[in-house]
Design a protein. Structure first.
Length: 401
């Protein structure tokens, strides 16, 4: 079978391969931890819905602050390797705390303070990929970025079904932390061994020449922030899915952690071929129009999840969820990076700003929905708000498109 055209340049370029390997490991880490954090907070460590919502807000503010600060420093000093190592160190430290001293205090410290300081890793991996991709023809770059985003989704295909079997055998949820620690340690070792030395890259990576305040002002322009906010509603819908899925299934007698892992694993597994097929669509449909259609499909999955969770039909929702997810997990990132194309670090930081907006929206929608009508109402509200945000983005850019 012939390789997808967007995969060939990655396999031929060591730095793109490194980006792909790091994203696979980061995906394995996220697939192990993210679907179960809310269930651990509420059912194991006894946090209330309101307390967990507050934790999400604190974590998001700290994560975006670290991402923006590290992104600007990376552009100012071109020291991306050092920043990736520091961020990876926080990932190991937060997971290690929960591995060797699990408690409600450790949970709050790890998830609200330490792990958010590693929040720039995802953006820095894509900044590395974006810089390495400049050595390839411009027509190949969107496909390379979409394929690398698929690398992040790939581990969910394998990791979550494994957890489904493990939890079905009665292993406690807390086991995810020592496994996550091993993954984080390997990731940090790869950054240390293979990330190119600062100032010795094959591609030009000049210092930005902007002060910290000038960089912040550039990111704070109205044209930038309004688009980040619109995309934040979409990110909020994705984050809300990770928050509610474990809680929705945990509230049904014949469901549980195994079903959570299986559903998320099927969804992520289907996302991969959809992501690999995206280069065939890119350029034929406007980017903002594509994002709107992606959010519409994703909204069907998110809003339908609590409605169909008790029935066998819930598994059908993985198809529109995966098709929409392939779009809303790749195209907003490419869109944001192009807003500040000359500064990869700041462009990656916009992804963190989008995450902040999305996490704040997720926390607000989760708190309001859970209070007024339960987790199902929260999911429906999140899907509707994401669709409104995608429509607003299309309206803002319709003349350009």
């Amino acid at each position: 079978m012939a390789l997808p055209s967007s995969l060939r340049p990655i396999l031929r370029d060591p730095m793109l391969m490194l980006s792909g390997a790091l994203l696979i490991l980061f995906g394995a880490y996220a697939a192990t931890l993210a679907p179960y954090a809310s269930a651990l907070a509420v059912t194991v460590f006894g946090l209330s819905d309101g307390a967990y919502s507050a934790l999400l807000v604190v974590a998001s503010v700290l994560s975006v602050s670290a991402s923006v600060g590290f992104g600007i420093l990376a552009d100012q000093r071109a020291n991306r390797r050092v920043i990736a190592l520091v961020s990876g160190g926080f990932l190991v430290a937060g997971t290690g705390l929960m591995t060797f001293g699990p408690s409600v205090t450790s949970f709050v410290l790890a998830h609200a303070l330490i792990l958010p300081l590693s929040g720039s890793l995802f953006g820095q991996f894509f900044a590395l990929a974006r810089l390495a991709a400049t050595l390839h023809p411009e027509r190949d770059r969107p496909g390379i970025q979409a394929t690398l985003r698929a690398a992040f989704a790939l581990p969910w295909v394998c990791v979550l079904p494994i957890w489904s079997v493990v939890f079905g055998a009665g292993v406690p949820l807390i086991t995810i932390y020592p496994v996550s620690l091993v993954v984080a340690g390997i990731l940090l070792a790869l950054v240390w061994r293979f990330w190119p030395r600062d100032g010795a890259t094959r591609w030009p990576d000049p210092k930005s020449g902007l002060s910290f305040a000038q960089s912040l002002r550039e990111m704070a322009e109205v044209r930038v922030l309004i688009r980040v906010l619109a995309l934040g509603t979409i990110h909020g819908a994705v984050t809300l899915y990770l928050v509610v899925i474990g809680l929705v299934f945990a509230g049904i007698a014949h469901r549980g952690a195994g079903d959570t892992a299986l559903y998320a694993g099927i969804l992520a597994g289907l996302e991969v071929p959809f992501m690999l097929a995206l280069p065939m669509v890119l350029g034929r449909v406007s980017q903002t129009g594509l994002i709107w259609w992606g959010m519409a499909l994703y909204g069907v999955h998110l809003a339908g999840l609590p409605i169909l969770a008790e029935t066998p039909y819930v598994w059908l929702l993985t198809v529109p969820g995966a098709a929409g997810g392939a779009i809303v997990l790749t195209q907003p990132m490419a869109y944001l990076q192009e807003l500040l194309a000359a500064r990869p670090g700041a462009g990656a930081s916009l992804m963190a700003l989008q995450k902040l907006a999305g996490d704040a929206i997720c926390a607000g929608v989760f708190a309001i929905g859970a209070m007024l009508g339960g987790y199902g109402l929260a999911a429906i509200l999140g899907a509707g708000l994401g669709l409104v945000g995608a429509g607003a983005l299309w309206a803002l850019d319709r003349r350009r498109d």
